[in-house]
Design a protein around this ligand. Structure first.
Ligand SMILES: [Cu+2]
Length: 322
């Protein structure tokens, strides 16, 4: 090879590396990231994208070069030079992908363990639950007794909030055990560690929030978990990522990341809406009856301020609204 073609080859290599690195960071294929662990996935994805771009450019470049360089020329009736293998080339194109695959595998494991803490998030059949369900089957009871599972060896610190998630054809249901609130929307406070304890009521579903880079199967008779910290205020779609029936495509929920204050207020409003008998109590016990919060409820319930002040109810019967 001449010195000139060596220089051209090195220059092409540098150009190709730069192009791959640039595209790996600027592909815009991912939605915004809104959870603490999302950047880990993103950096792994970007690295994969960088490598894939490099390989794509090399393969397409060599292909184009060969098409032009070894094209059939006029009056050329020959078959080209006889080539029989190239041991060095074969070693290189076996070793390079092997190293890449190995590295990707290890890096993926790293990210997986960082996000899921090495816990068996895929859900395992708990011995007790398996026994329980087999007893029920014997007894002819089709209903399944749901037992909360213990997270095996997960060391992420205690979550600030636990929400039970139930997937069913074709909706998501969220239960907040601390307040007893059941909602069709998932509201979470910003920058708090959340654990979702998930199960399905009928068939397999999958809980997927693309902006959080989290996806987890939701399975009847098992409990699976997700643990994460939402880091960006906003509204995000919850998508069912497991074909679960004819209306699987419409099985979508909404996830709201609220400020802690807005989260508390939402919870109070939901509890009030779910317990109409508690509304008058809440209004009567509201320390500032003229606040926007109370006023809204007065108007909605059609209670006049004089009626409100005549209410003599104690606040003890209000379900824990704060
Ligand atoms: Cu589903």
């Amino acid at each position: 090879m001449s010195a000139l073609s060596n220089i051209i080859l090195v220059a092409l290599g540098i150009l190709l590396t730069l192009a791959s690195l640039w595209y790996g960071q600027n592909h815009h294929l991912l939605p915004e990231s809104a959870a603490e662990s999302a950047p880990l996935f993103d950096s792994l994805f970007n690295s994969t994208m960088t490598i894939a771009t490099g390989i794509f450019l090399v393969v397409q470049g060599v292909l184009l070069y060969c098409i032009v360089r070894y094209r059939k020329r006029r009056n050329d009736q020959g078959d080209g030079d006889p080539n029989h293998g190239n041991v060095l080339l074969e070693i290189v194109w076996t070793a390079v992908p092997a190293v890449i695959i190995l590295w990707l595998g290890l890096a993926s494991l790293d990210v997986y363990q960082a996000v899921y803490g090495g816990a068996d998030v895929g859900g395992h059949i708990h011995a007790a639950m398996a026994m329980e369900s087999s007893h029920e089957a014997e007894a002819g009871d089709p209903s399944y007794a749901y037992t909360p599972a213990v997270l095996p060896g997960k060391d992420m610190g205690q979550p600030d909030l636990v929400v039970q998630v139930q997937g069913m054809q074709y909706a998501w249901m969220f239960t907040y055990p601390d307040s007893g609130l059941v909602a069709s929307e998932l509201h979470l406070p910003l920058n708090k560690r959340v654990r979702l304890d998930m199960t399905a009521l009928d068939v397999n579903h999958a809980f997927w929030v693309p902006q959080f880079r989290l996806k987890q199967d939701v399975i009847p008779g098992r409990e699976t978990h997700l643990e994460f910290v939402p880091t960006q205020l906003g509204q995000y779609p919850i998508i069912c990522a497991e074909l679960c029936g004819p209306y699987h495509g419409v099985m979508a929920g909404q996830l709201f990341v609220d400020t802690p204050e807005a989260f508390e207020q939402w919870q109070e409003e939901q509890i009030l809406a779910a317990h109409p008998e508690g509304k008058a109590v809440a209004l009567a016990s509201e320390s500032q009856p003229s606040s926007a919060f109370a006023t809204a409820y007065q108007q909605r319930l059609g209670i006049s301020p004089s009626e409100l002040s005549s209410l003599r109810l104690h606040s003890g019967s209000l379900p824990s609204a704060g």
